[in-house]
Write a protein that binds this ligand. Structure first.
Ligand code: URA
Length: 210
């Protein structure tokens, strides 16, 4: 099944690699399509590539990615267990004094990129989607998502059994001291809740078989 899904994703990734649907195509180095286990019941969706992701073509490989890996590991999850992608596949950045700074993707950029994410969702058919940060939760759960109030809750969605949102690791890295420890703990807990939900869904299905 994983091979079939990989085969189905390949032409979508190929098409995305040459995408010119929005102005991010002009400034990107590489398209970051997504990677991991396409057979995973858990799909993680971030905001968009940063500098390192843009240079390597891989999602979450910078500092935020290292924190994400740590929080996954605390739930005994590795990259091999999940598929990771973003709501936009190219780096959104602005130039300040000839330095590039990451910025959230605009609604137009998110909408232009959405068909790639929709095809990933159709092929992967995850049981649970974990949205990292409010742009992802806004795009996939509901508009005007209040990340501080609504993170950690399960929402019924058409493309999976449930979606849940967590604080973005880049936001967590901007906190210091006790605040850092507190918000980091929410990410560990929200990943744990997503994992547990997958276990519950599978248990309920196994029960209905006999
Ligand atoms: N932040 C994201 O939202 N996605 C990445 O791939 C990297 C950093």
């Amino acid at each position: 099944m994983a091979d079939e899904k990989r085969e189905a994703l390949a032409p979508v990734a190929e098409e995305a690699s040459a995408c010119q649907k929005c102005p991010l195509a002009e400034t990107r180095t590489l398209v970051v399509f997504g990677e991991g286990n396409p057979d995973s019941p858990l799909l993680i969706v971030g905001e968009g590539p940063g500098e390192r992701e843009d240079l390597t073509g891989r999602p979450f490989v910078g500092r935020a990615g290292a924190l994400l890996d740590e929080c996954l590991a605390e739930n005994r999850i590795t990259r091999k267990h999940v598929y990771i992608t973003n709501i936009v596949k190219c780096r959104a950045c602005s130039s300040e004094n000839s330095r590039k700074r990451n910025r959230p993707p605009s609604t137009a950029e998110t909408n232009a990129c959405r068909p790639y994410l929709d095809r990933q969702l159709e092929i992967i058919r995850p049981r649970v989607v974990l949205c990292l940060g409010s742009p992802s939760a806004n795009a996939l759960i509901h508009t005007n998502f209040r990340i501080m109030q609504e993170r950690g809750r399960f929402f019924e969605v058409p493309f999976a059994d449930y979606a849940i949102a967590a604080l973005h690791p880049a936001y967590i890295l901007r906190q210091g001291g006790q605040a850092f420890r507190d918000v980091r703990a929410t990410l560990v807990a929200d990943i744990g809740a997503a994992r547990l939900k997958v276990v519950e869904i599978r248990k309920a299905e196994a029960k209905t078989l006999f």
